[in-house]
Design a protein around this ligand. Structure first.
Ligand SMILES: NC(=O)c1ccc[n+]([C@@H]2O[C@H](COP(=O)([O-])OP(=O)(O)OC[C@H]3O[C@@H](n4cnc5c(N)ncnc54)[C@H](O)[C@@H]3O)[C@@H](O)[C@H]2O)c1
Length: 277
C-alpha cells in the first residue's frame, strides 16, 4: 500500500474531475490526506456529494461540484466558482472518462462522438480553462523573463495503456487516450515558460465501476462467466495483480509534488509492466 506523505500538498487547491467514484475518488482522497483542498468535479451529483462528505471528515475542504465536462460553459463557470471560493487553482487532475467496449464494425459516429466529447474534448477544455487561470497567477516579472524558478501549477491527464497500443474492442477509446498523450505534450511545451508541469498517467487494469462494465460486456461477448474477462486480463499483467486506485493516486500525487518539478510532457505507465515504453 503506497504511503501517505502528510503535508505534501498542504494548502494547495486541487480540482479532480470524475472524482465521485473509482480512481478519481482515490486521487481526491490522497490529496486531502496530504493536506490539499479538493474540488470533486463530477457528473454524478449523488456520488460527488458522498465523496465530499467522506473526504471532508479528513480535515481539508472537499467541495462537491456537479459538472458535465463535455460542456465548455460549465467548465468556465467552474473555474470562476473555484477561484471565487479558494482564490486560486494549483492542481488539475483530468481523470473523468467514459468507455463502452464495441467491436470495430459496430462503432457508430454517435458512439465515437459521445466518447470523444468527454475523454478528449472535455479533457482538453478543462486543461485550457485551468491553465489560463494558472498563467494568470504567474507574476508579471516571471512572464517577462519567460522562465520561472518554481512551479506555478501541476496538471495530470488520464491516458491509459490503450493510449500506448490499439484495442480491437475500443478503437474510439484508444484513439482518445493516444490524443491525451499528444495534448499533454503540446500543453507541456506551451506552458513550460511559466513552469507549469503537464504530465499524463497510463493505468492498466484497475477494478472500478468502469472495469465492471468492461468485464460484463466482454465476458458476455466471448461466452464467459462474469468475472472471467478481468481475471484473464489480470493474469497477463507482469506484476500479477490489478492496480488499486491508491496505486494511481500515489503516482498522481508524486507528479503534483515538488519532487516532480523537473518532470513535464511525460506519460507514465502505472500498469504493473503491461507496457514498457
Ligand atoms: N479502470 C481502469 O482500469 C482504467 C485503465 C486505464 C485508464 N483509465 C482511465 O482512468 C480514469 C478513471 O477511470 P475509472 O476506472 O475510475 O472510471 P469510472 O467509470 O469508475 O469513473 C469515472 C468517473 O468519471 C465521471 N464522469 C464521466 N463523464 C463525466 C463528465 N462528462 N463530466 C464529469 N464527470 C464525468 C463518472 O461519473 C465517474 O464518476 C478514466 O479516464 C479512465 O479512462 C481507467
Amino acid at each position: 500500500m503506497p504511503a501517505i506523505v502528510p503535508g505534501r500538498h498542504a494548502g494547495k487547491i486541487a480540482i479532480v474531475t470524475g472524482a465521485g467514484q473509482g480512481i478519481g475518488r482515490g486521487v481526491a482522497k490522497r490529496f486531502v490526506q496530504e493536506g490539499a483542498h479538493v474540488v470533486i468535479a463530477e457528473y454524478n451529483k449523488a456520488n460527488a456529494e458522498s465523496a465530499a462528505q467522506e473526504l471532508s471528515a479528513l480535515g481539508p475542504e472537499a467541495l462537491a461540484y456537479p459538472i458535465d465536462i463535455g460542456d465548455t460553459a460549465q467548465i468556465e463557470q467552474m473555474v470562476r466558482d473555484v477561484v471565487a471560493r479558494f482564490g486560486r487553482i494549483d492542481i488539475l487532475v483530468n481523470n473523468a472518462g467514459v468507455l463502452e467496449t464495441l467491436p470495430l464494425f459496430d462503432l457508430t459516429p454517435e458512439k465515437w462522438d459521445w466518447l470523444q466529447r468527454v475523454n478528449q474534448r472535455g479533457l482538453f477544455f478543462c486543461l485550457q480553462a485551468v491553465a489560463k487561470q494558472m498563467v494568470a497567477q504567474v507574476p508579471d516579472e516571471v512572464k517577462q523573463a519567460g522562465r520561472a524558478d518554481r512551479s506555478y501549477g501541476k496538471i495530470v491527464n488520464f491516458s491509459s495503456v490503450a493510449g500506448r497500443s490499439g484495442r480491437p474492442y475500443a478503437a474510439h477509446y484508444s484513439a482518445a487516450k493516444w490524443a491525451v498523450i499528444s495534448i499533454t505534450q503540446s500543453a507541456a511545451a506551451y506552458l513550460a515558460p511559466y513552469n507549469i508541469n503537464v504530465n499524463a498517467v497510463c493505468p492498466g487494469v484497475v477494478p472500478t465501476p468502469m472495469w465492471d462494465d468492461i468485464d460484463k460486456t466482454q465476458s458476455a461477448r466471448f461466452g464467459m462467466q462474469r468475472g472471467e474477462w478481468i481475471k484473464k486480463t489480470i493474469e497477463s499483467v507482469p506484476l500479477k495483480r490489478a492496480a488499486t486506485p491508491e496505486d494511481l493516486a500515489a503516482a498522481v500525487s508524486f507528479l503534483c509534488s515538488t519532487d516532480a518539478d523537473y518532470i513535464t510532457g511525460q506519460a507514465l505507465n502505472v500498469d504493473g509492466g503491461i507496457e514498457m515504453n
